[in-house]
Design a protein around this ligand. Structure first.
Ligand code: IPE
Ligand code: IPE
Ligand code: MG
Length: 246
């Protein structure tokens, strides 16, 4: 039986988030420069996006560049930004053919103008697509996102737009970059590292975590299927007892 046929379409994760890690190590293993790893990582992106859309996953969020990644050598940052522009240009047709809407979260103003412009263009062009929302986390940091949220809510309280008493979880949700997305159901990290690296801290409160010891350029749609099959075997109790769920 193929892996794909083992997936129950009625119980798909509504929102999958992926920390795409291991491009540098993948290149190093091959005696190549880190940029080679990033280039090859784009194949895994395409494969994963297509596979998720085909399955009927409604939301896929990919961690492509963190606020901390700005600290990398200038040349590597430049390579990643160039790769982003070329990928956006190249993949727009795939997004349109597959009816996928592109979105982005993060401090987008920090991106080079060219990247920002290309990104906005693809976001605008795919705005009315409905099959799946693909969100790229770019210059994204969860702490920065939460900090902005606190600031925005504080200003509203100060200006008597809302009262401090009325602040609840939904107020916070509405001020996050992810305001239009449901909570993450399944978080995947490649490369064998077991950490979150400042990704969607609030939104993964009850996500199922899946760590896989494969470097991102080697990640295929079969690996995505395996992760979803694993997810579907788990009992999500949300604090309740097993008996209560029956
Ligand atoms: C992930 O791969 C891509 C980005 C963070 C942009 P890395 O570049 O982190 O690769 P490793 O972890 O060094 O192998
Ligand atoms: C996390 O990977 C960020 C992205 C995948 C974009 P890193 O490689 O930057 O994470 P750390 O530094 O190993 O935690
Ligand atoms: Mg890494």
């Amino acid at each position: 039986m193929s892996l794909k046929s083992q997936i129950h379409s009625t119980y798909l994760p509504q929102h999958i988030a992926i920390i795409m890690d291991g491009n540098g190590r993948w290149a190093k293993q091959k005696g190549m420069v880190r940029a080679f790893g990033h280039e090859n990582g784009t194949k895994s992106v395409r494969d994963t996006v297509e596979a998720a859309a085909e399955l009927g996953v409604k939301n896929l969020t990919l961690y492509a560049f963190s606020t901390e990644n700005w600290k990398r050598p200038k040349l590597e940052v430049q390579t990643l930004m160039k790769l982003l522009v070329s990928s956006l240009k190249k993949e727009i047709s795939t997004l349109q053919e597959n009816n996928i809407k592109l979105s982005a979260i993060g401090n987008l103003n920090a991106l080079p103008k060219k990247v920002y412009q290309e990104l906005i263009e693809v976001i605008d062009k795919t705005e009315s697509n409905t099959r799946m929302t693909l969100t790229l986390a770019l210059s994204y940091g969860s702490r920065e996102e939460l900090l902005n949220t606190v600031k925005e809510i504080s200003i509203k309280v100060k200006n008597n737009i809302i009262s401090a008493d009325s602040i609840d979880e939904s107020t916070i949700n509405k001020h996050l970059y992810t305001q239009n997305l449901p909570d993450v159901d399944l978080l995947i990290r490649t490369s064998g590292e077991h950490r979150i690296s400042n990704f969607l801290l609030w939104q993964i409160a009850y996500a199922e975590l899946y760590f896989i010891n494969i470097l991102w350029p080697d990640f295929t749609r079969e690996n995505l299927y395996e992760a979803i099959i694993d997810y579907q075997k788990r009992e999500r109790r949300f604090g309740k007892t097993s008996e209560q769920l029956k």
